[in-house]
Design a protein around this ligand. Structure first.
Ligand code: G3P
Length: 218
């Protein structure tokens, strides 16, 4: 499974990329707003830090304007993936941009039916928002299971399941158990994946006993 960083914070992305932890980045208008930086310049800088797909979201609602914005975003770098919402106009834009060779990430997916239509429209990635389904007392990971089942029924579907709205490490583990292609995580969750108190306790005990042995590795 690939790991993307779900942030527009360039400092965080640089640190995670240097540790070899991320295969790409996803942004959206909220994350760009939080970064406090210019959209185009942020995406350009992020595309230089990671070689993998960098999702940049259009903000128009009409297909023709989405396509125009998407083409502008594609000029930034070869690894830009244009993000469009799961609406009829979004799928129209997805079809047009993907037929032109662009990577398109169809976002704000909340049902298997939506995911099936996004695949039909040529999406490179589908972004189901699991955390937001959990927020309304639905089991977000059930959506991932359903999409995986549907996509695996058709060899012609090459759309990658990009699990989004990830809120804790168990979303990540379950996404991998289901066989999602990508999980996009906020930086703090990527860090939590590494942590376990028993690892810290065990390492401390090993080093204390090594010190008692009085030996050195030379
Ligand atoms: O990639 C989508 C993600 O940023 C949304 O997360 O926590 O706002 O549902 P959240």
């Amino acid at each position: 499974m690939k790991f993307f960083a779900d942030t527009a914070d360039v400092k965080e992305i640089r640190e995670l990329a240097s540790a070899g932890l991320i295969d790409g980045v996803t942004t959206n208008p909220t994350l760009i707003m939080r970064s406090g930086r210019g959209f185009i310049e942020s995406i350009a800088e992020i595309c230089k830090i990671v070689d993998g797909p960098v999702s940049a979201e259009v903000t128009a609602l009409a297909a023709d304007e989405m396509i125009e914005q998407g083409r502008r975003l594609l000029q930034i770098a070869k690894n830009v993936a244009v993000k469009v919402p799961l609406t009829l106009d979004g799928l129209k834009a997805c079809r047009a941009l993907s037929q032109g060779g662009a990577m398109v990430n169809v976002t704000l997916c909340f049902s298997p039916a939506q995911a099936l239509l996004a695949a039909k429209a040529g999406a490179r990635f589908i972004s189901p928002f699991v955390g937001r389904l959990d927020d309304v007392s639905q089991v977000g990971m059930d959506l991932i299971r359903s999409i995986r089942t549907i996509y695996d029924n058709y060899s012609a579907i090459t759309t990658e399941i990009l699990v989004a709205s990830v809120r804790h490490p168990l979303h990540v583990v379950e996404a991998a158990e289901i066989g999602a292609d990508v999980c996009t995580c906020p930086p703090d969750i990527l860090r939590k994946l590494l942590q376990h108190p028993l690892t810290d306790i065990g390492l401390e005990a090993f080093l204390a006993d090594w010190k008692k042995s009085g030996q050195k590795i030379v």
